[in-house]
Design a protein around this ligand. Structure first.
Ligand code: MN
Length: 247
């Protein structure tokens, strides 16, 4: 894995091909600057994530991040096709990017990328294997001992995040699987902005902003985290892992 320079702002093209409802592109192949269609109906994740939360989260919250990201790009006269490349290079933006603009790109580029990742790894209950198989299963076994232990480590990261943020499973540059949590809309791929030892390419992410669960779970984040495992699309997480570790 190489840390790429600010490719997206140089006007790179979208990597990852065309989205279809059956096959979303792996995260490491890019996040385009539009709202990808969900691969399921808003009510399809019930009872674990309710339809009203899904609609608001996707159509209002996520759309707002994307709109503000596009506004920031316009303001800076910047071009970007791939939001994932953009956020990976935010530590060293072009000289024309003011600190205020960098902050906006971090918050709203992160918001757009993080939510796109989140939708891509969700699926209606019963549609996915209960856990990873193959190489990711082996890697989790090696790092955490068992899937259940991994889940408890991940849940602890989600619970420990004070206020708004995310929990992640990422692959570090040295190949190690890491569970981390980021504040606000930071992403593990924002190397230099997140701690070095926590920098990696995410393959699984969980939104723990209250807007992700408050309508159904109110202050019971733990219940939301536990329920969420029922709608994780392990097939896609495995594909994310395969792409990242093939480099
Ligand atoms: Mn959210």
């Amino acid at each position: 894995m190489n840390r790429r320079a600010f490719l997206a702002l140089a006007g790179g093209s979208m990597v990852g091909g065309v989205h279809s409802e059956e096959t979303t592109p792996p995260i490491a192949q890019g996040v385009p600057l539009h709202l990808e269609p969900l691969a399921f109906e808003p009510e399809a994740l019930e009872p674990y994530i309710d339809a009203q939360t899904m609609r608001l989260h996707y159509e209002v919250h996520h759309a707002a991040y994307l709109n503000r990201l596009q506004a920031a790009l316009r303001e800076g006269n910047l071009r970007a096709a791939n939001a994932f490349s953009l956020i990976r290079g935010l530590k060293h933006p072009p000289a024309s990017v003011t600190p205020e603009l960098q902050t906006s790109l971090r918050q709203n580029g992160g918001g757009h990328v993080n939510h796109t990742i989140f939708w891509r790894i969700l699926t209606p209950p019963g549609k996915s294997p209960q856990g990873p198989q193959g190489r990711l299963a082996e890697a989790i076994q090696k790092e955490y001992g068992s899937l259940d232990t991994f889940k408890s480590v991940f849940a602890a990261a989600a619970m420990k995040r004070f206020g708004s943020g995310w929990a992640w499973l990422s692959v570090r540059e040295d190949g190690k699987l890491i569970v981390t949590s980021t504040p606000d809309q930071d992403n593990p791929a924002m190397c230099g902005l997140v701690p070095d030892e926590e920098c990696g390419l995410p393959i699984l992410g969980l939104d723990v902003w209250e807007h992700a669960y408050y309508l159904k779970y109110q202050n019971r984040r733990q219940d939301y985290v536990s329920a969420w495992w029922n709608v994780v699309n392990w097939t896609r997480v495995e594909r994310n892992f395969a792409v990242v570790t093939a480099r």
